[in-house]
Design a protein around this ligand. Structure first.
Ligand code: NIG
Ligand code: FE
Length: 387
């Protein structure tokens, strides 16, 4: 393998607290970074940089770890901009539109679905995402969910089985039958290609008891657990996530102080998804409350056609900083190492020695530009190490 030195970095964020200024984000000014095709080999001051086979001069630009987007639904067909417009005019989101995406996805052939999903994957990558999770959940039949999980496994190694998105129309009078299918034959079909299982545990979706049954079965099949919790109402879903040792509890728009205290002493990451509050015109959860309670926070796009058609992690960072009480460093950490922690990954989300060589060069001298210049193309180039 050949080595590459990235020189004249104005501000390097490593997320390795053992290097740099002693902060959580391991910031080094006037830095250099050395990688081979796969891994990080060295970081430090530019003046101390050893020689490498190739030298890339970034002329004072900031460099950050590639974003880890730990919550997406990028595989779907169709769009629901009419619902977005209605919400902007005052209509509340209740999850009912999921059925429209289910109908559109079921009737789309695999090649078309793949092409449409790949466009969104491309957008994520262009904005600096180097690792992303992807959920099933828009077919809600055994063969359909199997098809989505299989397609997802072509796009990412972080595949989540979300047969428990909502109860589909054909099971309206037989909820128990659907829960049994999701926790039984559908799970059996999807588990071989999935790493995670997730349940939308909320008002209008699945309740805590149903979610517990599904998560317990998924764990028996060897899947890791995640939970969509309390986006629309506090139904007690956050305690369930902690009880089940979910890697991540996502949304948490409605959260009590008791939840925060319990999360702070758990190994469950709170993944906040401000694109959903933006697109449903809902109050943002205060990330500050979570951080002050010692909770590990991740930020993710939740890219989906209903509540967050967002593929830009920079936009999510801007919302975290502008609307949720995070500092730039906290929002950047949450979008990189926080996302990695939510996926229980230690090889991505940072640029410590041995990490994957996944990083972004910004068109900016300081990382604050990610929040300071919303809507502009701040991520100039993205590098993803060989797998
Ligand atoms: O994460 N909350 C559940 N699922 C998605 C929304 C799905 C949709 O409306 O299509 C979410 O917000
Ligand atoms: Fe989601």
């Amino acid at each position: 393998m050949s080595t590459h030195v990235i020189r004249h970095i104005g501000e390097l964020i490593t997320n390795d607290p053992s290097v740099g200024d002693g902060s959580n984000v391991g910031r080094i000014k006037d830095a250099a970074l050395i990688v081979d095709e796969a891994r990080v080999l060295w970081s430090g001051y530019d003046r101390d940089a050893p020689a490498a086979d190739e030298s890339i001069d970034v002329e004072g630009a900031a460099v950050i770890p590639g974003f880890v987007d730990s919550h997406t639904h990028v595989i779907f067909a169709g769009e629901r901009s009419d619902e977005f417009e209605a919400r902007m005019a005052g209509v509340a989101y209740d999850g009912g539109g999921i059925a429209r995406t289910v109908a559109a996805t079921r009737s789309t052939d695999r090649a078309t679905l793949r092409d449409q999903s790949l466009k969104r994957v491309h957008d994520l990558g262009a904005g600096g995402v180097t690792t992303f999770e992807v959920k099933s959940g828009y077919e809600l039949t055994l063969s359909g969910e199997e098809r989505l999980v299989e397609l997802a496994s072509e796009l990412s190694e972080e595949v989540t089985y979300l047969g428990a998105h909502v109860v589909p129309e054909e099971f309206r009078d037989d909820r128990d039958g659907y829960v049994a299918l999701v926790a039984g034959a559908m799970l059996d079909a999807c588990a071989p290609r999935a790493r995670w299982a997730d349940v939308f545990c909320d008002r209008g979706a699945f309740d805590v008891d149903e979610a517990r049954v599904i998560l317990a079965s998924a764990r028996k099949k060897g899947l890791g657990l995640r939970l969509h919790a309390n986006q629309l109402a506090d139904i007690g879903a956050i305690s369930l996530a902690i009880e089940m040792d979910c890697a991540s509890v996502d949304h948490c728009t409605h959260v009590t102080n008791e939840d925060l205290e319990a999360l702070g002493s758990s190994s469950t990451v709170a993944t906040l998804l401000p694109g959903a509050e933006f697109s449903t015109r809902s109050p943002y959860p205060s990330a500050r409350r979570f951080l002050d309670a010692g909770v590990c926070v991740a930020l993710a796009t939740d890219c989906n056609p209903g509540t967050s058609y967002v593929t830009s992690m920079a936009f999510v960072i801007a919302l975290g900083v502008r609307e949720m009480g995070m500092s730039v460093d906290e929002a950047l950490w949450a979008s990189t190492r926080g996302g990695a922690t939510a996926l229980r990954r230690s090889d991505v989300g940072h640029l410590g020695v041995g990490a994957r060589a996944d990083f972004c060069v910004l068109d900016a001298p300081r990382v604050a530009h990610l929040a300071y210049r919303p809507g502009s193309r701040v991520v100039a180039r993205t590098y993803r190490g060989e797998r």
